[in-house]
Ligand binder design. Structure first.
Ligand code: 5GP
Ligand code: ZN
Length: 138
């Protein structure tokens, strides 16, 4: 629990929400400003700031919840697809510093474009970057 965290307050019930799931270590509720209606936020009950702070052993439970809730969101909204997203750190658009996954139902022709894509200047630039990532992984 972090005192100044809006999601901790939602999980403990001091701020109301439209809850859809509350089992074990995972909690999920409707985003108040949906990208498409039925947009759900899936969050660990314990406060962790970003993906990198989440203990890896929560992964199985989290993935299970993402699949279960994601399928239910598609069914309830009649969506033909689903985007799963996560913003980490402010420069990536993270506004609430309690790690969370967005489940966004998608419909044919809804016009939403999530990513602007770019080109590498050369194959060499791309290979060098792959090398740098591999080295950082170790
Ligand atoms: P972020 O930009 O941090 O990845 O996403 C935070 C999300 O939380 C936003 O999509 C925003 O609409 C949602 N949000 C912020 N405050 C509240 C709230 O009080 N209740 C609910 N249900 N969603 C919220
Ligand atoms: Zn929190």
């Amino acid at each position: 629990m972090s005192d100044d965290c809006i999601f901790c307050k939602i999980i403990e019930g001091t701020i109301p929400c439209a809850k859809v799931y509350d089992r074990g270590g995972i909690f999920a509720f409707l985003d108040i400003a949906p990208v498409n209606k039925g947009h759900v936020l899936v969050v660990p009950r314990v406060h962790y700031a970003t993906l990198f702070d989440l203990p890896s052993d929560i992964g199985r439970e989290l993935l299970g919840a993402l699949k279960l809730v994601g399928r239910a969101v598609m069914q309830a909204t009649g969506a033909a697809g689903l985007n799963v997203g996560m913003n980490n750190f402010e420069v990536a658009g993270q506004l609430v510093h309690h790690a969370h996954f967005h489940l966004i139902p998608r419909h044919e022709g809804d016009g939403l474009r999530l990513w602007t894509q770019h080109a590498y200047e050369s194959g060499d630039e791309m290979q060098k970057l792959a090398q740098a990532v591999k080295q950082a992984i170790g």
